[in-house]
Design a protein around this ligand. Structure first.
Ligand SMILES: [Zn+2]
Length: 296
């Protein structure tokens, strides 16, 4: 056990594993190419939450998603993750079938709690706002996101947090954002700050863990065709010293259903529903955890 508090449930029963920041993230976000960046992977024995000691600032997050999945991004990533081919990148970028399945899931779950016309909804961290669910009759669809990208047709972009605060929302969604968030309590406070006693909150995160991967995944670099034998050997020695179990990638938080429940309820939300679903993203079938809440 280490003297670290679980970010989800605040328990002190946390174990630590030495590892590194993935080499792709090290170059893309931290401009580090010659050295490895050591990091701790923490795991809470009480709620099953896993998280890394290193967190991304807003600036670093913006850097990570700059040119996301464009040609340069793909090339830089394939240097280190040889499986990340142009074909895989293309499939990940064109996941219309996955988008439809995700919309249907959110629509199905929220429909149980929202009846009739919904005046206004907000997708917090929703990028272009393309995930708005099917089957819900929403008058005004809004999105608030630091990326400030153009929204899809019919979705209104909030220019600032303050502008969103001026409005009342019947539904606030937050899909696949919490796994990236630096300060979880602070972030949930911001999401809550845009709702009121009538607002329904919907949170969705991947149901994934660094511990679910195959052990052999940690040794992918041994088979990287872009590395010479000398490079592979040097890496092996360095990583043996620093630990190379589950290098840190884009996600800094990994939730169990219980961890999500603890995090949300500890932050003043009453859980109405918590579900695990398997979603076909088009390029893969993955599980996600969905939670429907209201202000406590
Ligand atoms: Zn915990």
């Amino acid at each position: 056990m280490v003297k670290v508090e679980c970010l989800a449930c605040k328990s002190n029963h946390v174990t630590s594993t030495d590892t590194i920041v993935s080499e792709f993230i090290a170059e893309k976000v931290f401009d580090v190419t010659k050295e490895f960046i050591p990091v701790n992977l923490y795991h809470c024995e009480e709620c099953g939450f896993s998280f890394y000691s290193k967190r991304f600032t807003d600036e670093e997050t913006a850097k990570l998603y700059l040119g996301y999945r464009l040609k340069e991004y793909q090339k830089m990533r394939q240097k280190y993750d040889s499986w990340y081919t142009p074909e895989i990148n293309e499939a990940l970028s064109n996941d219309d079938a996955g988008l439809m399945n995700r919309r249907a899931l959110i629509g199905r779950i929220c429909h149980n709690y929202l009846h009739g016309r919904i005046n206004r909804a907000l997708d917090y961290g929703g990028d272009t706002g393309s995930i708005y669910p099917a089957g819900l009759d929403i008058d005004k669809q809004c999105v608030f996101d630091i990326s400030r990208v153009e929204t899809v047709a019919g979705v209104i972009r909030m220019d600032s947090y303050e502008a969103a605060q001026e409005l009342d929302f019947d539904l606030i969604m937050c899909n696949h954002v919490l796994e990236h968030v630096n300060d979880l309590d602070d972030f949930i406070g911001l999401v809550k700050g845009l709702g009121n006693e009538n607002t329904l909150f919907y949170f969705e995160v991947p149901f994934d863990s660094p511990y679910y991967g195959k052990f052999i995944d940690n040794f992918q670099f041994l088979f990287n065709p872009y590395f010479s034998l000398k490079v592979i050997f040097e890496r092996f020695l360095k990583m043996k010293r620093l630990g190379f179990f589950a290098p840190m990638v884009e996600h800094v938080n990994y939730f169990s259903p219980y961890a999500l429940e603890k995090l949300l309820s500890r932050n003043g939300l009453t859980i109405l529903d918590l579900q695990i679903n398997r979603v076909d993203y088009g390029w893969a079938k993955n599980k996600c955890i969905s939670s429907v809440c209201r202000l406590a």
